[in-house]
Design a protein around this ligand. Structure first.
Ligand code: ACO
Ligand code: PYR
Length: 539
């Protein structure tokens, strides 16, 4: 039977020590609920001795009625030369009413002298007294041996004495911390093996990522006998972060045959990772292993050709096991197989030997050479594919557009756009103002189309990015514009390229609206409505 490994999540404590991350109480509550449904065993909610926000989280967390996780509060061992019952940090842990306390103490003699400036004996007493005090109050106590690996390398005997003190005082877990993240996997293996022979309490690992080894070191510790892993979602945390649970959990479970969470819970991993990144307002790297949007995205034509035959040729696991999915990108590196895959996704039927497919691939490669980028503009790509195979019914044709901008001194700039379209045989002409040229064009375009296509009112632009393609030409440089649009249920991206930023924006905008109108029938106006629109109604 698979050995159980307990997952201790410290996103809400060590995760918030990462630069740029600040979570409100409400954010912490939302993340705690997600972590609980993911099935982690411990949620470290914060340090009640540090701030009122964390205290409020602990007082409110019972509202969540968590099903799987125990909530734990963090703190340090008592201050030097005091009694534990007089120590504010320890008492705050008791006051917030958690069932589990996680306290850290010093294992590195260098830190005892330099950071807390006391004697080796007093540090041992601080560890013993603090664990004992919390145990005497009935709490489960997790003892985090800060800098254990550095301490072991510097003074092995003393480092081992510190954890023996914690065990003697009744600690339920001894967690070995690679606090500075400087250890290598083989060192972790050797040291955890020695610790296993020295203490009987269950061992945990808390590995920082400063050598990009947070995950590898956590796995090495488990292989050497640790049965608790502390880490964070997406690896957030102090400096370079903590061991990333989004990689540690699937590695333990899918590669090493340990059991952490259920197979069903594992399938929510990618969505938990994205959810936490949204709440933390941290960009999620697309190439993040297991859970990133590119973790199973195939770009090279050789790869796509093979995965069409068998996905395992270029995928180390089935993406759905962690709630992710396979994607195929089309770019200048594509072969015909990439297009065949895309076409199948769109429900279009064509094969490799088709002459049109070959021409379309050439067209895409040439356009990418000119500066287009289709892997970030799925909707423009779909329009191109549909057009090439005669499956694109155009809702409208553009006849012309014009932009006027004027500024009087001390007055804001006024921008007006005039757009002329042919909407299935009918010429439509409209003008609109906007807070810039792209906004004015968008408004005029909608005015032309809205009456025939009411669905447009639910569609808006959610992002607009401009990238200069050849900086050396400065203001005359070619630019690529990427527009993201949404109708609240779906979002799609389109691209335009030109040496005129307005034209590039217009092309991306037109693609966005065309895509939005795919498959939408034109609503015919009654004679009265047409007369009203043309201003021929007598009021
Ligand atoms: C490895 C880790 O990630 S540990 C967690 C680190 N996280 C944080 O520090 C975030 C929260 N911290 C805080 O809010 C504050 O630092 C507090 C409230 C804990 C302490 O604030 P202050 O009392 O102003 O102390 P300050 O932060 O300046 O210095 C740390 C103090 O803790 C003491 N200390 C450090 N580690 C320990 C320990 N394991 N046991 C006991 N005391 C400790 C230091 O000796 C120092 O006290 P001193 O100045 O009397 O020698
Ligand atoms: C306890 C902790 O956060 C560390 O040692 O890194």
């Amino acid at each position: 039977m698979a050995t159980n490994v307990k997952i201790f999540d410290t996103t809400l404590r060590d995760g918030t020590q990462g630069e740029g991350i600040s979570l409100s109480v409400e954010d912490k509550m939302k993340i705690a609920r997600k972590l609980d449904s993911l099935g982690v065993h411990y949620i470290e909610g914060g340090w009640p001795g540090s701030n009122n926000k964390d205290i409020e989280f602990f007082t409110r967390v019972s509202e969540l009625q968590l099903k799987n996780a125990k909530v734990t509060a963090f703190g340090s061992t008592r201050r030097k030369d005091t009694l534990p019952e007089n120590d504010m940090n320890l008492n705050r842990i008791l006051e917030v009413g958690v069932p589990v306390a996680t306290i850290f103490g010093k294992s590195w003699d260098f830190h005892v002298f330099q950071a807390i400036q006391t004697t080796l004996e007093e540090n041992l007493a601080m560890i013993y007294d603090s664990v004992r005090y919390l145990k005497s109050k009935g709490l489960e106590v997790i003892y985090d041996a800060e800098h254990f690996f550095d301490g072991f390398k510097n003074n092995r005997d003393y480092a081992l004495q510190t954890i023996k003190k914690a065990e003697e005082a009744g600690a339920d877990w001894i967690v070995l911390c690679d606090t500075n993240g400087g250890s290598l996997p083989h060192e972790i293996t050797e040291i955890v093996t020695v610790v296993k022979q020295t203490v009987a309490a269950p061992i945990g690992i808390h590995a920082h990522n400063d050598c990009e080894l947070g995950v590898a070191n956590s796995l090495a510790a488990v292989a050497a006998g640790a049965t608790q892993v502390q880490g964070t979602i997406n690896g957030y945390g102090e400096r370079c972060g903590n061991g990333n649970l989004c990689s540690i959990i699937p590695n333990l479970q899918l590669k090493m045959n340990y059991s952490c969470i259920s197979a069903e819970q594992l399938q929510s991993l990618a969505s938990v990772a994205r959810y936490v990144s949204e709440i933390a307002n941290m960009h999620m790297p697309m190439n993040q292993p297991y859970v990133g949007s590119a973790a199973f995205a195939h770009k090279g034509g050789i790869h796509v050709s093979a995965i069409l035959r068998n996905s395992s040729t270029y995928e180390h696991i089935t993406p759905e096991l962690v709630g992710n999915k396979q994607r195929v990108l089309v770019s200048e590196l594509a072969g015909q197989s990439n297009l065949v895959f895309k076409a199948q996704e769109l429900g279009l039927d064509f094969d490799n030997d088709n002459q049109q497919t070959k021409q379309l691939i050439e067209q895409i490669k040439e356009m990418e050479h000119q500066g287009y980028q289709f892997e970030g503009a799925d909707a423009s790509l779909e329009l191109l594919i549909r057009n090439a195979y005669g499956k694109l019914e155009e809702a409208f044709k553009v006849e012309s557009f014009k932009i006027l901008m004027f500024k009087n001194e001390n007055q804001p700039v006024v921008t007006e756009a005039i757009v002329k379209l042919n909407v299935q045989g009918e010429t439509v002409y409209n003008a609109a103002e906007g807070n810039g040229p792209v906004n004015a064009l968008d408004n005029a375009l909608r005015k032309c189309l809205q009456q025939h296509y009411p669905a447009l009112q639910n569609i808006h632009l959610s992002d607009y990015k401009v990238r200069v393609l050849d900086e050396k030409d400065t203001t005359a440089a070619k630019v690529r514009v990427l527009i993201e649009s949404t109708d609240f249920n779906n979002s799609w991206s389109t691209v335009g390229v030109s040496d005129n930023v307005i034209e590039a924006s217009w092309d991306a905008l037109i693609d966005s609206i065309r895509y939005a109108l795919l498959g939408k029938p034109k609503v015919e106006l009654h004679v009265e409505e047409q007369r009203e629109r043309l201003g021929l109604v007598n009021h």
